[in-house]
Design a protein around this ligand. Structure first.
Ligand SMILES: Nc1ncnc2c1ncn2[C@@H]1O[C@H](COP(=O)(O)OP(=O)(O)OP(=O)(O)O)[C@@H](O)[C@H]1O
Length: 236
């Protein structure tokens, strides 16, 4: 995505935008006693603020591995991951956790809601811990995600699609710079998956965050601004 400004002769001139997420030459090998699996062999990806990018690739190509590294849930062997002005690969575990809490919204295929908390408290969970809770913004999310009548319920009392909308609300309540989703609609039927993805994309545009979503679905990938494909450890 680029900004357009006009030049002195009046012609539109694109100004390159600094990426919100910049990944350079990222490598990751899993080692066990039996084998070494070189999953990422020099991955480069850039995503700018407000842009939505679908991360595709065959099963086992390393999509989840890449998202885990970006989120700081695991450490890369080499290369660099920059989120806005933070060089994630150079940070301690503690500082990576702080970036994850304050700047990253995360959604997985399993909704990972907290069973003992109401939907209202699940929605506010990350934003409260991050000290970034904003009641007006949470109310907007509740409206847009259609969760108004469900706030006093517990996760087990919700359908899969409803739970995933809560997970998206929780991730966006913190107003993240970066929204990462790993097959977020993999457990949902087609119509619900379309609906949840459309709402997520609308909210991404409104927050201006960078959005990277791993998916096997070409139909869902086509809704995003751009596709990148992992193959043989690199972006093909
Ligand atoms: N903790 C781990 N230890 C060892 N190998 C792992 C580990 N996690 C993943 N792998 C291996 O790394 C490779 C990439 O796995 P990953 O889950 O990242 O792929 P994926 O593209 O997300 O797959 P899918 O589309 O099936 O979810 C696979 O060969 C997997 O077996």
């Amino acid at each position: 995505m680029v900004d357009i400004s006009s030049t002195t002769d009046g012609a539109a001139r694109p100004i390159p935008q600094a990426p919100m997420l910049a990944i350079q030459n990222l490598t990751k090998t899993y080692c066990s006693a039996q084998e070494k699996i070189a999953v990422l062999r020099g991955v480069c990806v850039h995503v700018v603020a407000g842009e939505s990018v679908a991360l595709t690739g065959e099963s086992g190509s390393g999509k989840s591995t890449l998202l885990h590294l970006i989120a700081g849930l695991d450490e890369a062997d080499g290369g660099s991951i920059r989120i806005d002005d933070a060089e994630v690969t150079a940070l301690s575990d503690r500082d990576r956790a702080a970036i994850r809490r304050d700047r990253i919204g995360l959604v997985f295929q399993q909704f990972n809601l907290i069973p003992s908390l109401t939907i209202a408290d699940n929605l506010a969970f990350q934003s409260r811990i991050a000290g970034r809770h904003d009641g007006h913004w949470q109310n907007e999310l509740v409206d847009r995600l259609g969760l108004g009548t469900l706030l006093k319920r517990y996760p087990e009392q919700l359908s899969g699609g409803q739970q995933q909308r809560v997970a998206i609300g929780r991730a966006l309540a913190v107003r993240p710079s970066l929204f990462l989703a790993d097959e977020p609609t993999g457990n949902l039927d087609e119509a619900t998956a379309d609906d949840v993805t459309d709402i997520a994309l609308d909210l991404v545009k409104r927050t201006g965050c960078a959005f990277l979503m791993a998916t096997h679905s070409t139909r869902l990938a086509a809704k995003l601004d751009r596709k990148v494909r992992l193959s043989a450890g690199r972006i093909a």
